[in-house]
Design a protein around this ligand. Sequence first.
Ligand SMILES: *[C@@H]1O[C@H](CO)[C@@H](O)[C@H](O)[C@H]1NC(C)=O
Ligand SMILES: *[C@@H]1O[C@H](CO)[C@@H](O)[C@H](O)[C@H]1NC(C)=O
Ligand SMILES: *[C@@H]1O[C@H](CO)[C@@H](O)[C@H](O)[C@H]1NC(C)=O
Ligand SMILES: *[C@@H]1O[C@H](CO)[C@@H](O)[C@H](O)[C@H]1NC(C)=O
Ligand SMILES: *[C@@H]1O[C@H](CO)[C@@H](O)[C@H](O)[C@H]1NC(C)=O
Ligand SMILES: CC(=O)N[C@H]1CO[C@H](CO)[C@@H](O)[C@@H]1O
Length: 257
Amino acid sequence: MWPMILKTALSTILLLASGVLPIITAAAHRAVHPPCSQACGTGMPAKQNLMYPFGFSPGCAIQLNCTKDGDALVGDFLVQSASPDTVVITIEAKCDRPFGSIEQLYGSNYAPMGNNAILLNNCTKASPCDVATTQVIQAQFRSLCERSNKTNTSMSCLSEEANNYNTTFLNRRSLFALGCEYFLSSISAEELNNVSVSLDFQMLQLVWWVNGDRCECSQDANCVRLSGLPNGGGNGFRCKCRDGFLGEGFLAGTGCC
Ligand SMILES: *[C@@H]1O[C@H](CO)[C@@H](O)[C@H](O)[C@H]1NC(C)=O
Ligand SMILES: *[C@@H]1O[C@H](CO)[C@@H](O)[C@H](O)[C@H]1NC(C)=O
Ligand SMILES: *[C@@H]1O[C@H](CO)[C@@H](O)[C@H](O)[C@H]1NC(C)=O
Ligand SMILES: *[C@@H]1O[C@H](CO)[C@@H](O)[C@H](O)[C@H]1NC(C)=O
Ligand SMILES: *[C@@H]1O[C@H](CO)[C@@H](O)[C@H](O)[C@H]1NC(C)=O
Ligand SMILES: CC(=O)N[C@H]1CO[C@H](CO)[C@@H](O)[C@@H]1O
């Protein structure tokens, strides 16, 4: 009888310890992290009012830069807004923007969403955009580049949605395989193929995530897990407070309230 009770007691202690210890270590682990600051430049928050995991100090899971005027930046591109799953940035139409600058859109915590149409110039491989809704806009861009810079290069366009409605991310390999010289601009839409949906001209949507295998979300938040991410195939997650709660939902942030 005794050894049995002892064994049960022991396993209870072990169970407790194994349950408690990770919490203690997790708390200690978190405490080592410097805090994530949303203050940008002059000490004021960025105009875009970003929340954790976004911020401007090394303690932020997604660290961005900001301009002297207090605007958040992804690479050289101005942030328009952030939502619980995307960041919208502005890609001002520019006929001579080097193609390589598109590299700035594939970060360790974000990548272009599949529903963007990327407009490119002077590509070695033809890739006409067969997305009906973008054709008028493409014609405008083409005349802009011809007029201002006397270049008559064929415009190319890449979008996952033209071929596959399902793709979350814009494939980096297909983008680079076009051998383009210029990254002109981008068009973003809920559904590129649907003429009754409005297009966001000179905008691009990035999908964002926090890297890691485990959901570190508040108990009042839902967790969205992502895998096979464009940053090398890793796993990530996002938190989103449930209906009735406010906040960004991350344990390392302020959670939900
Ligand atoms: C912020 O600026 C640094 C230095 O120019 C650069 O290395 C880094 O990639 C930038 N980060 C973002 C998110 O644009
Ligand atoms: C377009 O690409 C071709 C071949 O790479 C090059 O000769 C030409 O100068 C480029 N045009 C412009 C406007 O850069
Ligand atoms: C530019 O190319 C288009 C066809 O690709 C042609 O119709 C047009 O005349 C060209 N414009 C100039 C200024 O060369
Ligand atoms: C989306 O992808 C899933 C799994 O890859 C597939 O079962 C589904 O049919 C796809 N839907 C569309 C609209 O292509
Ligand atoms: C196009 O968008 C409208 C409005 O969002 C929607 O009602 C309609 O079903 C969509 N059509 C297609 C073919 O997806
Ligand atoms: C509209 C546009 O992209 N114009 C560019 C033409 O080329 C000059 C110099 O290369 C750029 O400064 C313009 O922005």
